[in-house]
Design a protein around this ligand. Sequence first.
Ligand SMILES: *[C@@H]1O[C@H](CO)[C@@H](O)[C@H](O)[C@H]1NC(C)=O
Ligand SMILES: *[C@@H]1O[C@H](CO)[C@@H](O)[C@H](O)[C@H]1NC(C)=O
Ligand SMILES: *[C@@H]1O[C@H](CO)[C@@H](O)[C@H](O)[C@H]1NC(C)=O
Ligand SMILES: *[C@@H]1O[C@H](CO)[C@@H](O)[C@H](O)[C@H]1NC(C)=O
Length: 176
Amino acid sequence: MNLLQFLLLSAVSVLAVVSGTVEETAREIIDALAHAPFEEWSSVFLETNDRIRAEVIPSTLFIPNSSANVSDDRHKVAAYHVVPERLEFADLLLKASQSRLPTLLNGSSILVTNNSASSFTVDGVLIIELDIYVDSFMAIHRIATPLDYTTYGGGSKLISKWPLFTFMLFTVMWFI
Ligand SMILES: *[C@@H]1O[C@H](CO)[C@@H](O)[C@H](O)[C@H]1NC(C)=O
Ligand SMILES: *[C@@H]1O[C@H](CO)[C@@H](O)[C@H](O)[C@H]1NC(C)=O
Ligand SMILES: *[C@@H]1O[C@H](CO)[C@@H](O)[C@H](O)[C@H]1NC(C)=O
Ligand SMILES: *[C@@H]1O[C@H](CO)[C@@H](O)[C@H](O)[C@H]1NC(C)=O
């Protein structure tokens, strides 16, 4: 093995470790949100997605303005309200109507249903409070009601692509 191969292999290993840590953080966030009422999501999210404790995920959280209990699988509901990309309202406004935002729920994305500044809706639900928290990694918005992944989920697979990406890199290494 020459030096270049060694360096490439090291880079791939580091990538695999990092992606593992990010997935771990994602699992922790989902778990924490699933066990908390919507009213506590903001603090729970900020505590869990903490760049000191683990690998921080640049992300956006949509918090429903509702104390209603969701009867559905709470882990799926929680995962569907987190977008693994930091989108403050200015970024959201650049999204085209009918475009999709990936979520931590495997295979499900959020549909931008109206991108007008005055009545921005996702999955047909109005964003009622913008940028209630924003830093360089995260953004949090409040929405009128919980999002419904069974109706709007569609198909994007961000999380499930990470292992595939790592696998592809290993395959490329194999051929070098
Ligand atoms: C948010 O929920 C509270 C309590 O249910 C309600 O009083 C308030 O009108 C809601 N705000 C909006 C903007 O829908
Ligand atoms: C929601 O459900 C939990 C248990 O599943 C229960 O302890 C809690 O009181 C419920 N909250 C509301 C507002 O119904
Ligand atoms: C995501 O979905 C795919 C296909 O449905 C499945 O093979 C994979 O195991 C799922 N991954 C997770 C983390 O649930
Ligand atoms: C978006 O909302 C605005 C303001 O309510 C409305 O005028 C416009 O027709 C809506 N656009 C779509 C695509 O529904």
